[in-house]
Design a protein around this ligand. Sequence first.
Ligand SMILES: C[S@@+](CC[C@H](N)C(=O)[O-])C[C@H]1O[C@@H](n2cnc3c(N)ncnc32)[C@H](O)[C@@H]1O
Length: 220
Amino acid sequence: MSNQHEAKARKWFDVWADSWTFRRLGPWLRYVQRQVLDRIDWSEATAVLDVACGSGWATMEAARAMPATDDGVVCGCDLSTGMLARRTSGQEGDAEARFAAASAQALPFHTDSFDIVFCTAAFHHFAAPLEALHELKRVLRAGGTLLLADSCRDQSLGANVWDRLHRWFEPGHVKYYSRDELVELVGAAGFSNLEVTKLVPPFWQTKKLSRHVVLFRATS
Ligand SMILES: C[S@@+](CC[C@H](N)C(=O)[O-])C[C@H]1O[C@@H](n2cnc3c(N)ncnc32)[C@H](O)[C@@H]1O
């Protein structure tokens, strides 16, 4: 079931990577990613993972923000090779990040590898959400930080309407969770110190009708 869903999602995102809607959504996605990146204490970060990184914009921003030490590492992973192919890394003089084609439900990283794991605008695609959260926790070191940002269907009319539409036409969409469902899932995966912040993307910045986002910050 999960594998079938992932196959459909991968196919959808491989095509979507080159689409007009992906470009149109850009400012809104960047807004959410920027909110997450701004909440990371870069002086403390040594190993950072961007799960379901898409075209890797936030992964590369993380690599640029990371203090220049020999053991710092920034990784991004995504199910869709089409999305990963759009990444802009590899330019001369740019910071370095490593990318992998992988599912959030089977991360190709050792246990206790990262001190920060973040995931933006993607959790609603995961067919086995609790399994994915367990994976995110597994690769985080004890005391590491999870930052998870996604639309919640009970937090704005825009998200509620989009949830219904996406369930109907988007193969990769599972559902936008309610705020309380996500609180419960994050707790059930064993995270603690949960902080929940509602983000309201400003229309002038994202040129999008309000599709509010909820940011969950928790400790492994
Ligand atoms: C709306 S895009 C968001 C991408 C990026 N995080 C951002 O904020 O721009 C959702 C991404 O989730 C990825 N995705 C969907 N299901 C996934 C899964 N099970 N594991 C890993 N990535 C997945 C898709 O391939 C797609 O790139």
